[in-house]
Design a protein around this ligand. Structure first.
Ligand SMILES: Nc1ncnc2c1ncn2[C@@H]1O[C@H](COP(=O)(O)OP(=O)(O)OP(=O)(O)O)[C@@H](O)[C@H]1O
Ligand SMILES: [Mg+2]
Length: 522
């Protein structure tokens, strides 16, 4: 026997070399089976995994050699009481039975004896104090002296345990990887769907989207500007998804939302203990985006000291984590966005001129919605259908005057505001026809709700006109025409005043006899 001569280490090494490169459970088990057989002869070899939570066993891979009847080959089964596996799992110690016929109480003995298997050795698989399962060898003829070499069996079981533990970890990683890929595919699919739901028909947006396609698959820095709600985020993601970086991450950094003291560690990471609270090493957003795109949103809000560091990183394509001195080289593309004009900031010295030009290799300016009225009707129609479907409500219909009012409105919150208005109309008036008065009420209430206290001091054109007419009517006791009527006071024809009253939704309050705003539509 090879172990007699101290060749056991050579045997162990051979086993190790054979199993180290295996990447599937079956190939690993087969390699073990072949190599161990070169050291001692067995007639059956199996590895069982133990699931402590369910107190059950499953085969690591299909057992090798004799397959006795009554010894289950199911993938998972309750741990049989009185079995050899049960003895090993409970004791966590090797079990060596030279003569199974002397152990009739063992539940598996009879089936084994029937196949001529007279003896068995079972070893526990223990890793970091956790019981993973058991290794079983059974013999028609017990190999002489094998039981006299406990250290060899111990080392063999240790080696098998390490290989199994690695394979289980590999399986877990594989499963996790598959899940992440599925999630990624799902997110891409969702984005793709959203992308198909990006609506435009105006010449301005059509031209802009052509530029977006041209610039997408280059590594050029892009600066996207435009008022709030015009679609800057959307365009930035679209550029990333059209580029060859699409399989890597799109990492968004909202520069306005970062605490000024933590900006650098957020962007570039930090070493453990580099400042109070840095209890562990951390990767920054640039490192996370390696191979992909970093989207620097609201770039105008980045404080000056961070601007210098950012400029340096953009020029050198390398940086050091806070508290480290090893430079890290990365491959990333930057897209920045701003809803303010950066030039006045550059002139004032609050935004670095050199950074401005670095980010601004290609500039995409998204026009406000009021400057591309052609898109408004398409957006209204598309959002109406999409939101009704999403909320499971009947679609809203609009009178042509209502559509005109929507096209006339200046949309300070751009597409986001329009989307919110349609959402509100769908909730409140799904299935009804909306007229111009309804629209003006809704837009008016939206404007009031969105305004800050400061802004509220300024009235919109609609509010001003409404207040003006209301006070004229109040002064004239509600009389419209004639010598003492409001029309004369306002210096407009009676028919025009009547039309404006109707259009602005001014109604006479029955209680006060005054003209007042009607309630919002239900
Ligand atoms: N052309 C469009 N078609 C469909 N939806 C759009 C369009 N433009 C913008 N949106 C939608 O409007 C909302 C606002 O868009 P986005 O977040 O991209 O705007 P933004 O310019 O980044 O705004 P902010 O400056 O406030 O961050 C999103 O829900 C987006 O999907
Ligand atoms: Mg945005």
């Amino acid at each position: 026997m090879p172990w007699k001569s101290g060749d056991k280490y050579r045997s162990l090494l051979r086993i190790n070399n054979a199993i180290i490169n295996q990447s599937t459970r079956d190939s690993l088990f087969k390699a073990m089976a072949v190599e161990i057989k070169k050291v001692f002869h067995y007639d059956r070899f199996s590895i069982q995994l133990y699931d402590m939570e369910n107190n059950s066993l499953s085969y690591f891979a299909t057992a090798e050699g004799v397959k006795p009847d009554g010894i289950s080959c199911e993938t998972s089964r309750p741990l049989p009481k009185g079995s050899v596996a049960n003895l090993v799992i409970e004791s966590r110690k090797p079990v060596i039975i030279k003569d199974l016929s002397k152990h009739p109480k063992l539940t598996t003995a009879e089936a084994m004896l029937k196949e001529g298997l007279k003896s068995t050795i079972a070893l526990p698989l223990i890793m970091r104090d956790e019981l993973l399962g058991s290794i079983h060898f059974s013999f028609k003829k017990f190999p002489p002296e094998i039981d006299k070499l406990p250290s060899f069996l111990e080392e063999l079981s240790m080696q098998i345990t390490i290989a199994i533990d690695n394979m289980l970890a590999y399986d877990k990683l594989e499963a996790m990887n598959k899940r992440l890929w599925k999630e990624k595919e799902y997110l891409f699919e969702r984005f793709d769907k959203q992308n198909r739901e990006f609506y435009y028909t105006s010449p301005a947006m059509t031209e802009l989207m052509k530029d977006v396609e041209l610039v997408a698959d280059t590594n050029t820095s892009v600066l996207i500007s435009g008022e709030t709600g015009t679609g800057k985020d959307h365009i930035a993601r679209h550029i990333h998804n059209l580029s060859s970086r699409r399989d890597h991450l799109f990492v968004k950094v909202n520069c306005a939302a970062l605490a000024p003291t933590l900006i650098e560690s957020e962007l570039f990471g930090h070493a453990k203990g580099s400042f109070t609270g840095a209890s562990a090493k951390r990767r920054g957003r640039f490192e996370t985006a390696d191979g992909g795109t970093v989207f620097l949103d609201e770039i105008g809000e980045l404080p000056l000291p961070s601007q210098s560091k950012l400029l340096q990183v953009l020029e050198e394509r390398a940086f050091e984590r806070v508290g480290e001195s090893m430079p890290i080289s990365l491959d990333f593309r930057t897209i920045a966005a701003t809803n303010q004009d950066l030039m006045p900031k550059v002139r004032k010295g609050t935004f670095r001129r050199d950074l401005y030009y670095r980010l601004n290799t290609v500039h995409i300016w998204i026009p406000p919605l009021r400057e591309r009225a052609e898109d408004i009707l398409l957006l209204v129609r598309s959002f109406t259908t999409r939101l009704a479907e999403k909320m499971q409500k009947p679609e809203v219909r609009y009178s042509s005057a209502a559509l005109e009012a929507l096209c006339r409105y200046p949309w300070p919150g751009n597409v986001r505001e329009l989307q919110n208005v349609i959402e509100r109309v769908t909730i409140l008036r799904g299935g009804h026809t909306i007229n111009e008065t309804d629209i003006e009420h809704i837009l008016h209430s939206f404007e009031s709700a969105e305004k800050t206290a400061e802004e509220r001091e300024f009235l919109t054109r609609y509010e001003m006109e409404r207040k003006h007419i209301e006070s004229a009517l109040a002064k004239c006791g509600g009389v419209i025409g004639g010598k003492y009527g409001a029309a004369r006071l306002l210096g407009i024809p009676r028919s025009t005043l009547q039309y404006r009253i109707k259009k602005l939704g001014i109604e006479q309050s029955s209680e006060r006899g005054l003209w007042a705003n009607p309630p919002l539509p239900p």
